[in-house]
Design a protein around this ligand. Sequence first.
Ligand code: OMP
Length: 235
Amino acid sequence: MTATINPRDRLIVALDLPDLRAAEAMVDRLDDTVSFYKIGYQLAYAGGLPLARALKAAGKKVFVDLKLHDIGNTVGRGVESLAELGATFVTVHAYPQTMKAAVEARGQSKLKILAVTVLTSYDDADLQEAGYQLGVRDLVERRARQAQAFGINGLVCSPEEAGHLRQLLGPDILLVTPGIRPAGSSADDQKRIMTPARAIAAGANYLVVGRPVIGADDPKAAAEAIVEEITAALG
Ligand SMILES: O=C(O)c1cc(=O)[nH]c(=O)n1[C@@H]1O[C@H](COP(=O)(O)O)[C@@H](O)[C@H]1O
């Protein structure tokens, strides 16, 4: 089912930019190279959420990444509001109450709920410091199984877990992987990373890329190179 996604549509560029003007300028620069954008904390909290509607009207897809996590009622009502925006994806943290409330609130809308398993900036030591007994691999697996049981549409995980999750959960669940770094680029604060080609080979459906594109001297060329790598990896 997910094999039919066009290679270009598998690249999601994170518009981690300070304001609407900067985000609109980046979308203009990237032009037809990019069809899918992510709006996260930085832009959303700077008044950027309305860009979701404008992008949709321009034929682009939008991922609203607010990583919801609160009591079930608050999560549910938040998801209802986000469904009105016309986004394709929204994120919640992969906690049982949160996932259950989000799936119920999604109702018949076209919004797909993605559960963030373990952030790609975490390793085993970070989880231990935060009080978890499980390491990354086991916690991702546990949360992924729970997410599937709740009817979540997809998982945000690192490409390092994508192969294992694909095997475990089958072909239908969407695997959306940040922590993407083209060969030779800086990891920044990411700890679980892979190149675009390896992430696709591991079974990721969508790759989320921020700084390697928006921080490049030529963002359009950087995005095009990633699309080419995705296309080649899909064979
Ligand atoms: O939910 C996400 O998109 C997300 C989850 C995660 O585990 N790790 C992660 O990096 N992200 C997001 O993916 C993007 C990655 O950005 P870069 O590290 O600049 O490529 C950022 O917007 C993060 O908020």
